[in-house]
Design a protein around this ligand. Sequence first.
Ligand SMILES: NC(=O)C1=CN([C@@H]2O[C@H](COP(=O)(O)OP(=O)(O)OC[C@H]3O[C@@H](n4cnc5c(N)ncnc54)[C@H](O)[C@@H]3O)[C@@H](O)[C@H]2O)C=CC1
Ligand SMILES: CC(C)CC(=O)C(=O)O
Ligand SMILES: [Mg+2]
Length: 362
Amino acid sequence: MSYQIAVLAGDGIGPEVMAQARKVLAAAEQRFELNIEYSEYDIGGIAIDNHGCPLPKETLAGCEAADAILFGSVGGPKWEGLPPDSQPERGALLPLRAHFGLFCNLRPAKLHEGLEHLSPLRADISARGFDVVCVRELTGGIYFGKPKGRQGEGEAEEAFDTMRYSRKEIRRIATIAFETARGRRGKVTSVDKANVLACSVLWREVVEEVAKEFPDVTLEHIYIDNATMQLLRRPDEFDVMLCSNLFGDIISDEIAMLTGSMGLLSSASMNESGFGLYEPAGGSAPDIAGKGIANPIAQILSAALMLRHSLKREDAAAAIERAVGKALSEGFLTGELATDAAAAKTTAEMGDFIARAVAEGI
Ligand SMILES: NC(=O)C1=CN([C@@H]2O[C@H](COP(=O)(O)OP(=O)(O)OC[C@H]3O[C@@H](n4cnc5c(N)ncnc54)[C@H](O)[C@@H]3O)[C@@H](O)[C@H]2O)C=CC1
Ligand SMILES: CC(C)CC(=O)C(=O)O
Ligand SMILES: [Mg+2]
């Protein structure tokens, strides 16, 4: 069986970390006798520069023809002055998510063995460890609600966004959260702002309905403001965090950093047919782009999620995750994690280490 993967490295650190994911995938292909073909396409800022638009037709056609999309990141200061819908994020990433109906975003974060002391959590809390999956609704809510815009003569006097959710949208993502919890520690924490927002009141109602179909799973509700605080206080008590688009965006950066770095959090975005886009949860990191110091692990773990969810190769996915665990537990760390700057590894050295560990079959 051969697989077609559309590779969209994008901007900033995207191409640097994507090169490492490709190395690791090559090692996995050899060891597990996978047959993967890759086609590379421009997206985001690089596509604006090369084609005059952030999501060229060829890119979309390449993605449509593929079994899965491996995505880097888009955006950066160079393109910030463009009209909003021509920018990399609103003109490419969000339309891509909408086009493929990628409503289900899974962001798994766990405190890796060997990194406990590098987490910004208080030492006694990080010693307890944690392992959380953020299940984020990705194609609805305030990021997509209409109308949205600016109003006023000349310089806008006001701007507005619309938060909107249907029962169907809430039901399908809540169902995924409960199913995910069933395969884990059996607890869903639904994050909302039901003391203020009409969408959150509906969110709670529908989540309660779905919960009745999963009597073996415990459900708790929490307001977003309290959730950000409780994650710092008792992260080990969370299992699956069910979030709307906006709240999941916020929570996912927090859980990434609790594990030590934004460069560790992978993600899978899937539609109702199981088609997926796999990308690091962080962005293009313009502050470190081009320096060869970005952590490629989020991209490498996203490739592992692609192997698991789209290619159904649990063996190869698990091997990559073990290889990442080996690097971290042996203190093989990129600069943002290394306590001894002189011992920090480059992006490429990390990719080489993990690829070798996959090839050697740890
Ligand atoms: N999926 C995507 O393509 C996303 C794109 N963006 C875009 O990326 C650009 C930068 O956004 P920011 O808000 O600065 O968020 P960011 O996630 O790019 O960076 C935030 C901080 O995390 C660090 N960081 C991120 N990834 C890292 C890695 N792999 N290794 C080490 N450190 C890492 C950065 O150096 C920076 O200090 C913006 O244009 C934004 O719109 C932001 C988030 C997601
Ligand atoms: C353009 C943003 C919505 C991307 C982002 O921050 C994310 O998906 O986490
Ligand atoms: Mg984000």
